[in-house]
Design a protein around this ligand. Sequence first.
Ligand code: NAD
Length: 353
Amino acid sequence: MSAPLPSDLAYVPFVSVKNMMRLVHRIGLTEMLTGLAHYIEDDFKRWESFDKTPRVAAHSKDGVIELMPTSDGEAYGFKYVNGHPKNTHEGLQTVTAFGLLADVANGYPVLLTEMTVLTALRTAATSGLVAKYLAPEGADTMAMIGNGVQSEFQALAMKALCGITKLRLYDIDTRATDKAMRNLADQGFELTACKSAQEAIEGAQIITTCTADKQYATILSDNMVGAGVHINAIGGDCPGKTELHKDILSRADVFVEYPPQTRIEGEIQQMPEDFPVTEMWQVMTDAVPGRRDARQITLFDGVGFATEDFSALRYIRDHLEGTGLFENLDLLADPDDPRDLFGMLQRARGGAA
Ligand SMILES: NC(=O)c1ccc[n+]([C@@H]2O[C@H](COP(=O)([O-])OP(=O)(O)OC[C@H]3O[C@@H](n4cnc5c(N)ncnc54)[C@H](O)[C@@H]3O)[C@@H](O)[C@H]2O)c1
């Protein structure tokens, strides 16, 4: 007797890297960044309905591997993600990721997807969304420090969501800046390649730091940062890995995603446990103000939180239907008789060759 076919629920839609790239182009990059930002904002606005925990991190001398779970009671999602700054020098990505969304009612997964591309998109959408609340009015220039994988996505989200049209790029490795200049040449920006972080931030109202280094680095020192700017500091996202001199934190109003995680991983790991921060969900629900005046330095200490990935997974689930841009994976063993896993295995013996 041959093995029975798995039930429909056993097949899980899987979005490969190839299909994710097709989906991005089908939807359109700008449209997808703004769409993701809406989903992320919606989930920040219902913050209290989520189970929240700092991500579970396994550190090694060269990097970190993390699991990022959350649930809103109806769906459950997690992302697997790594961070290995040395990888680039070996021809590998610093950050790779995949993720899963499941139905809380029966625990069956409903989506498995690549999330390396999706992480770049959701991180950029989050930066743009936060800057919409915090950047000074009329901001049109951004310094982009660190011109690696995330940089072009960051630039495009800041354009789509905040009206940034001038970019000042800097990376310690000029090849990274050359690459970003090439990739962004026809994206409607006025581009300037800079020779230092100091030069890059001249005239910029938004400063994004997105560098990768497994150490306490000082990409920006206190004397470099003038009044009124918005700093989008997203590269420091691990214990022992920061980008800003701590004096900047004392002068700025610091905004975070989820304080228990940010105090472990963010720029504020340099500060005392009770260092005051504002949670972005409170700004987005109008419970507390974002930017209060033109001279205030706002600082988004972004480390990336599980709800943002959950929002991204929801977005993909909702935009997949009718596209054909997925494969059905035979992922779950699902015997006809739910108590007869052994029998299903035995019946499959004839098919083993
Ligand atoms: N907050 C988030 O949600 C989030 C999401 C994704 C990635 N990240 C983090 O962002 C960082 C960058 O990620 P990526 O994928 O772009 O990495 P990447 O390795 O592709 O790029 C990092 C770039 O930083 C440059 N760099 C290193 N030190 C520098 C310095 N002192 N000054 C200027 N440039 C410097 C490198 O030359 C490289 O081009 C990583 O640390 C990653 O963990 C954060």
